[in-house]
Design a protein around this ligand. Structure first.
Ligand code: CP
Length: 348
């Protein structure tokens, strides 16, 4: 396994990486997971290195898996709340003595640590689709150290890595696995699209037969869909889109169902920020729920996936989330292993 070429790279979007590189990351993650299960110390890998983590949004899994991961690799993860520093802001969006230009923050932190990880979507960029990803790219432009995407408004690349590691563990590989990414109802209409977009990008890249299901009005970004189609063609697999939840569930091996916000919520280039219209689309589709009846439409031994946090009783019932087909805590655990893999490869 040649891993030396990963050193110094950013991890901003899965589309920047080849299938072979993603497979290497999964192998390293599996190795680090096995070493942890054996209680083997791995603190020599990133000894005395520092990861700066800037969270514009809340988090349980991402923050704690990065922090725990850095501890286990011998380094330190440093949490930065943007409201308690001079909030990093893009040129033209600065406020005197309250914000600090992204280029200055990136260069300052580059002098002190070994990587910068950022989570940003939604309110901090006023739901302008792609606005947060643009900011991450700006950090990467100015930082001399790797920049890691802890979820923006387009991609959640570490969640997607954890998801495919989980599928690989359950099915032994990807070929022939039928993977459904479906929208599910939630009372909260403000949810980013990064998880489903990353899930379908990785699933098609790895050659699974992928179905994306959602009600009308919940379309994902056209360029993401085009890339999925291209990945599926390259892999000799399929990528389909359905607006019929029950039909889409039929015969699936993987049922991954979660809410994301409707097309009207986002500002251009996708959507037009209409909260009332968004609410109406959500309310018309409350029957998009994974329960024992709908899950039974999939294969008998299908797995149920969710990135968490979940809206129990809306996106899925307790019986499904806590039932034998659920792999949600494997997914959560695998965040730790895939992030350790990427950090060990790019921060060494
Ligand atoms: N799945 C995920 O990213 O969880 P958090 O929002 O808790 O980090």
């Amino acid at each position: 396994m040649n891993t030396k070429n990963f050193r110094g790279l950013d991890f901003l979007a899965e589309t920047d990486w080849t299938r072979a590189e993603i497979e290497t990351i999964l192998e390293v993650a599996a190795e680090l997971k096995a070493r942890r299960k054996q209680h083997e110390l791995t603190t020599d890998i990133l000894s005395a290195k520092t990861l700066f983590m800037i969270f514009y949004n809340q988090s349980l899994r991402t923050r704690n898996s990065f922090e725990a991961g850095m501890t286990q690799l011998g380094g330190h993860a440093h949490y930065l709340d943007p409201s308690k520093i001079y909030t990093p802001a893009m040129e033209g969006q600065e406020k005197a003595y309250s914000t600090e230009r992204v280029s200055d923050v990136a260069r300052t932190l580059s002098r002190m640590g070994d990587a910068i990880a950022i989570r940003c979507y939604g309110d901090p960029v006023e739901w302008k689709y792609g606005g947060a990803h643009e900011m991450l790219l700006e950090f990467a432009r100015w930082a001399d150290i790797p920049v890691l995407n802890m979820e923006d408004d387009i991609y959640h690349p570490f969640q997607g890595l954890a998801d495919i590691l989980t599928v690989k563990e359950k099915f032994g590989g990807f070929k022939g696995v039928k993977f459904l990414m479906s929208w599910a109802y939630s009372p909260s209409i403000e949810k980013p699209r990064a998880v489903p977009q990353s899930a379908i990008l990785y699933a098609t890249m790895m050659g699974m037969d992928v179905t994306l299901a959602h009600p009308n009005g919940m379309e994902l970004a056209p360029d993401i869909l085009a890339t999925c189609q291209e990945y599926a063609s390259r892999a000799g697999s399929t990528f389909k889109i359905s607006n019929d939840f029950e039909d889409a569930l039929n015969g699936q091996d993987v049922v991954y169902a979660k809410a994301w916000c409707a097309t009207p919520l986002f500002q251009p280039p996708i959507g037009r920020h209409d909260l009332q219209e968004t609410q109406a689309i959500f309310d018309a589709n409350k029957d998009w729920i994974v329960d024992e009846r709908t899950m039974a439409l999939a294969q008998k031994d299908a797995i149920y996936m969710h990135c968490l946090p979940a809206d129990r009783g809306y996106e899925a019932t307790n019986e499904i989330m806590d039932g034998p087909q659920s792999v949600i805590f494997d997914q959560a655990e695998n965040r730790l292993h895939v992030q350790k893999a990427v950090m060990s490869l790019v921060m060494r």
